[in-house]
Each structure stands twice: as structure tokens, then as C-alpha cells.
Design a protein around this ligand. Structure first.
Ligand SMILES: C[S@@+](CC[C@H](N)C(=O)[O-])C[C@H]1O[C@@H](n2cnc3c(N)ncnc32)[C@H](O)[C@@H]1O
Length: 312
């Protein structure tokens, strides 16, 4: 059963923190002497850059998968002004851990469950930074993204770690597996460019096969907040912004000399438009594949129903 662990024996009002605002994350890791944290070294330098803008802000952070709890102590030092640091782990032995920093909250249970989601959001209804270092299985990663991304603030970030697992069958992946977690995030890049598809379909359309396979949903109005997807070795970073910041915007023509290709000034401040791709076989291909998959899934459900078998 999922539980929340309050830090024990610490007076919230008296906590002064372990602020090390000028230290790099590598330095914080090097100097750390408390509970163990286990991370690949390249993440530390990347995190200095990815998390720089949140460093001194009153952020709320959720880390899924905290094992020995060391990373929460490290985030406590790295984010001196964080208002809440929530760690979630499925391992029930986690209940033994205590933290000196009262900003740290511990939720024990499967991050991909209603119960745990409710407990996490009870600690902080809005999130600025989410780090998924949990099971690394493709199903969990896609579903966890869908579960927590809606609660990330615009301007916030969702980070999935250890994406190398998405190339391994043992973690529900493979280099050309269309349902791997990295395939899911690659497809989010198409969501960002939704306005250019030229087929008048909602952004969620490209994710339908993941919705079906892993049994979850993401609403189009949430997907419109996906601002960028960045891939670094084994890390995927999804930034969230208000939808109006995710459009191409109008054309901006500067300069007055156009000796080679004239006529640009008329285009100044015009909007972009997508070329109609209704007849593009390479655009329609996926649509046909989706329709075929839906048809076969419906048939399979009907067969199972008639045979009195439980639906999957
Ligand atoms: C790689 S370790 C995390 C390492 C940690 N971030 C650190 O810095 O040391 C992965 C952790 O994820 C936890 N985990 C696996 N599946 C999970 C799930 N569905 N929900 C929450 N935690 C999960 C495991 O119990 C394990 O402790």
C-alpha cells in the first residue's frame, strides 16, 4: 500500500538547510557524505545546464526512483530555495529512511498508480521539475509522463533518465521497437510540430498507438504545452510552456538589400501555413496503419468478448 513518510524529529521552523548555491552538481556529489545516490557522471554536468534556471527558485521537485535516498539529500543542497522535494519509490524498505530537511517528503508505492499520484500531489499540487529514474521500462516511462506532465508548471521540465534501457528487450525496448520509451519521446517531437502536419488532425493522433498499447491517454490541450524535447545520451528532457509560446510565430524580415532573391518585405509579419498533405502517401501511411491496428484490436476484443475471456 502506498504511504507518505514525514521526516522525523525535525522542527520545520528551525531547519536552516545545507545551501551550496555556487557549487556545481558534480561538486555537490563529490562532497556528499550522507545517503547513497547512484547516477551516471555525464548526467551531473548536463543537469548543471538543464536545471540552472531553477537553481535558486522556490521549486517543487518530484524524483521517481530514489533507492537509498541520497539524491534527495543532494537536491536539498543543490536547490537551497526549493519549497518541496518529493521522492517516490516502490520499495517498501524506504519507510526506514529519515531526512533532516523538512522540505523532503517520501511517498512509497508505484509512481504509476492513482493512489501514489494522489499522495504526491497532496505534497505539492504543482511541480516544476520531475525526474523519472524509476523502473526504466517503456510502459512505465510513457504512462508516468502522461500522469505527471499535466501537473508540471509551464516553464517546468520533465526528465527521463537511463533511456539506454529503451534499447533493451528486458526493459520493453529495442533499437527499432516502435513502442520503446525513446520512440514515445521521438514522437513527441512531431507533437511540437503539429501545426505543420497539413492534415488537420489533433496532436494526440501520433501517440494513439502508445495509448492503445500501454492503456493511457493524453489530452490534446496538454500536448499543446510540449515546448521542446531534448535528447542527450540516456536522458530525455521535455520542457513545458504555455501553448502560445509553442507556435512558429510570424515571419520577421530584416534588412533592405535583396539582390539575389527580392520580394521578402511583403512577407514581413505573415503567418506560416501548412501545405495540404491529404494526398501525401507518407503522411497517410501511419494513418492507414493506425486504422488497421484499431480494426484488428476491435476484432480481437470482440472475439475475446464472445469467448467470455476478460478484456486486456
Ligand atoms: C536507479 S534506482 C534510483 C537511483 C536514485 N535516483 C539515485 O540517485 O540513487 C531506481 C529506483 O526506482 C524504484 N522504482 C522502480 N519502479 C518504480 C515505480 N514503478 N515507482 C516508483 N519507484 C520505482 C526502484 O525501487 C529503485 O529504487
Amino acid at each position: 500500500m502506498a504511504t507518505v513518510n514525514r521526516p522525523i524529529g525535525v522542527d520545520d521552523g528551525l531547519y536552516i538547510g545545507l545551501a551550496m548555491p555556487d557549487k556545481t552538481l558534480e561538486r555537490v556529489y563529490e562532497e556528499h557524505s550522507g545517503k547513497v545516490s547512484d547516477r551516471w557522471s555525464s548526467y551531473l554536468s548536463e543537469y548543471n545546464r538543464i536545471l540552472a534556471e531553477y537553481r535558486n527558485q522556490p521549486i517543487a521537485l518530484l524524483e521517481i526512483g530514489v533507492q537509498n535516498g541520497g539524491s534527495l539529500e543532494i537536491w536539498s543542497a543543490f536547490f537551497p530555495n526549493a519549497r518541496r522535494l518529493v521522492g517516490c519509490d516502490i520499495n517498501p524498505d524506504w519507510s526506514q529512511l529519515e531526512f533532516a530537511d523538512p522540505r523532503i517528503r517520501v511517498v512509497i508505492g508505484n509512481a504509476d498508480s492513482e493512489e501514489v499520484q494522489t499522495l504526491v500531489l497532496a505534497q505539492t499540487p504543482r511541480l516544476d521539475v520531475v525526474i523519472d529514474d524509476g523502473s526504466h521500462r517503456s510502459r512505465d516511462i510513457a504512462r508516468t509522463f502522461a500522469r505527471y506532465f499535466p501537473f508540471v508548471e509551464d516553464g517546468g521540465v520533465f526528465i527521463a533518465e537511463d533511456m539506454h534501457c529503451s534499447y533493451w528487450q528486458e526493459f520493453e525496448g529495442g533499437l527499432f521497437d516502435p513502442f520503446s520509451s525513446i520512440a514515445f519521446f521521438k514522437q513527441l517531437a512531431d507533437v511540437i510540430n503539429h501545426e505543420h502536419w497539413g492534415v488537420g488532425e489533433p496532436p494526440s493522433n501520433v501517440l494513439k498507438r502508445f495509448f492503445e498499447k500501454y492503456e493511457f491517454q493524453m489530452a490534446d490541450d496538454q500536448l499543446q504545452h510540449v515546448h521542446s524535447v531534448e535528447f542527450i545520451n540516456s536522458i530525455c528532457v521535455v520542457r513545458k510552456e504555455a501553448p502560445e509560446r509553442n507556435h512558429l510565430g510570424s515571419r520577421f524580415i530584416a534588412g533592405s538589400i535583396a539582390k539575389v532573391v527580392p520580394g521578402h518585405w511583403e512577407l514581413h509579419e505573415t503567418s506560416s501555413y501548412a501545405l495540404d498533405q491529404a494526398r501525401n502517401p507518407l503522411t497517410a501511411k501511419r494513418k492507414r496503419a493506425d486504422m488497421a491496428r484499431e480494426f484488428f484490436a476491435r476484432c480481437a476484443r470482440a472475439v475475446r468478448r464472445r469467448a467470455g475471456m476478460p478484456s486486456r
